[in-house]
Write a protein that binds this ligand. Structure first.
Ligand SMILES: NC(=O)c1ccc[n+]([C@@H]2O[C@H](COP(=O)([O-])OP(=O)(O)OC[C@H]3O[C@@H](n4cnc5c(N)ncnc54)[C@H](O)[C@@H]3O)[C@@H](O)[C@H]2O)c1
Length: 261
């Protein structure tokens, strides 16, 4: 019996085969989970996400458009999912957005109000919006797991990460408050703090090549993280193996966060 047999998940955040969400989906599938997916609206995004999902071996994937900045689209996805699956065991939130103009060392003080609001909205508030819309479905699971992706720049200064760091701090705190409120409904909420991985989103942040080099030299495991490392932790969080774990931020970063210098 596979670890996630009989469970179903909504995976939000696959842009392409490099996305953290793609690696998470691959690991969930390997362990027997049924998956539903969203893509950013627009034909180009639809085709890119569909191609990536099909590369996972999922023929005729359940795929809905979603701009998570819009409550009505979040609700539409939750309703459509309910019609197809009836319950939700796992919700994967793997999305973030900030205007790349403000993601460079020396630019944080100049962050405009609107850019700050958008980064916090898409990268943190959407965890509340999605979880709320799916609350009834998650409650029907009896042992549901919500997970979101963060980065160490939400805790310590990583020059260039800037407003995204503030958004990740908000995301991690949001997960803890959700965990407290939803625990009685047997819904766990956790965050994976992943190491640097080259993706569309991370390419918007200045100075990432340097980060990659430092991690390879200094991290306890002397290598950068791979998508599959995060995927395996996602399986742990989705499964009963983590039945007593909620409100946590789990580092999957080859250990770089433990260093003081
Ligand atoms: N790549 C890294 O180094 C790294 C490290 C730690 C954490 N993370 C986090 O992992 C998550 C996934 O990012 P990724 O690196 O896989 O990049 P990615 O570009 O592959 O994924 C980001 C996703 O966010 C989605 N998105 C953006 N705005 C959206 C909106 N309004 N509505 C719905 N979806 C929207 C994009 O469509 C895309 O699928 C993000 O939260 C990111 O901050 C990434």
């Amino acid at each position: 019996m596979k670890l996630l047999e009989g469970k179903s998940a909504l995976v939000v955040g696959i842009a392409n085969e490099r996305s953290y969400a793609w690696h998470i989906a691959k690991s969930l599938l390997d362990h027997g989970c049924s998956l539903a997916f969203t893509h950013l609206p627009g034909d180009k995004n639809l085709h890119r996400t569909k191609r990536s999902v099909e590369a996972l071996g999922v023929a005729n994937p359940w795929l809905q458009p979603l701009d998570a900045g819009k409550d009505e689209e979040i609700q539409h996805v939750a309703d459509a999912y309910a019609a197809s699956f009836g319950k939700m065991d796992v919700l994967v939130h793997s999305i973030a957005f900030a205007d790349r103009e403000w993601l460079a060392a020396g630019k944080f003080t100049d962050t405009p109000r609107a850019a700050f609001a958008t980064a916090l909205d898409i990268s943190a508030y959407t965890l509340i919006g999605l979880t709320r819309a799916c609350r009834g479905l998650l409650g029907k699971s009896g042992s549901a797991s919500v997970m979101a992706m963060s980065y160490y720049g939400g805790e310590k200064v990583v020059p260039g990460y800037n407003v995204m760091g503030v958004a990740k701090a908000a995301l991690e705190s949001t997960a803890r408050y959700l965990a407290w409120e939803l625990g009685p409904e047997k819904i766990r909420v956790n965050v994976i703090s992943g190491g640097y991985l080259r993706t569309l989103a991370s390419s918007a942040v200045g100075g990432t090549d340097e980060i990659s080099k430092v991690v390879e030299e200094k991290a306890p495991l002397r290598r950068n993280v791979e998508g599959g490392d995060v995927g395996k932790t996602a399986v742990y969080l989705a499964s009963d193996l983590s039945s007593g774990v909620t409100g946590e931020t789990i580092y999957v970063d080859c250990g770089i966060n433990i260093l003081g210098a």
